[in-house]
Design a protein around this ligand. Sequence first.
Ligand code: UT7
Length: 319
Amino acid sequence: MLSRSKILGHGYFLPSKILKNEDLLAFVDTSDEWIFTRTGIKQRHIVLKDELTSDLAVMASKNALKSANLKSEDIDCIILATTTPDETFPSTATKVQTQLGMKNIPAFDIQAVCSGFIYSLQIADSLIKCNKAKKILIIGAETLSKIVDWSDRRTCVLFGDGAGAIILGQSDGKSGVLSTKLFSDGSWHDSLFSDGGPSKNQTVGKIRMNGQDIFKQAVNKLSEATLEALSECNLNIDDINWFIPHQANQRIISSTAKKLGINDQKTISTVRLHANTSAASIPLALSTSIENNTIKNNDVLALCAIGGGLTWGSCILKL
Ligand code: UT7
């Protein structure tokens, strides 16, 4: 059994179309002031009608391969976290695989909504530790604008589209994934779900959410999961250089950081520019923050996410 897996490269892709809060006023009964003070969001990227989740995923993956200085043939597994797959089946991961020219390797989707990237990280880390794979492409990619109910102002202002990707490989040093924790509790189904599905009513459905339920759960569960992951690798809050929580709402981000005793200067926030991109939110925040030199090699990162299910989880890693 190998000791550890580590991030070899990262990338992201955002659709070029930007929808600012002001642009929403034309068709939603809302205000920039309400959206910004309640969520911290100023804008979101939105795909065009014929832009697919796989298109965003492929672009983010190409950027991750470039950053890792690797070629398609170096990758031996693809895990794609998404709530907005191109089709009911086959998996979007297999479409990405073909577009990247990768053959005869496992490629599959993970459905854990906003926690999908953390779920994928634990699976990839385990595969690498068991020597089942050497270099895994992990992608979080979403086109949530396609399942938002644009007539529901309580949800439609919150979400955006985008993709982030990393390549996880073997580490022989002290850096890499130090611990991961995953949880779910299906009894929260009615607080956040899509009202459609292939088996239920043969539609895709739209996002339905009781925001206050999720808000209260988020702060507690994200902070508890972060503490459990720290404890598993024998680290403390003070060891964290950067806290990267799921980017759903600035108030959730700040309240969780405060509860953990992490100051704002150590907390990454991209929700202002990206809104909530579900499974893409953490890899987007991670990749953009490495690109702009905020996060550096050897930094200790604490990642945590929560989403529909409820599902939630956390990861401590040294870059
Ligand atoms: O990624 C999955 C995880 N999801 C989340 O983390 C979301 C968690 N929840 C939240 O972020 C917040 O609960 C929201 C941002 C969704 C809502 O914020 P809130 O402070 O909980 O507002 P609220 O739902 O209590 O609504 C307050 C008021 C209501 O009006 P009344 O009933 O007080 O008259 C809403 O109708 O704000 C109204 N409202 C809006 N007003 C203008 C709701 N949405 C809007 C809107 N623009 N877009």
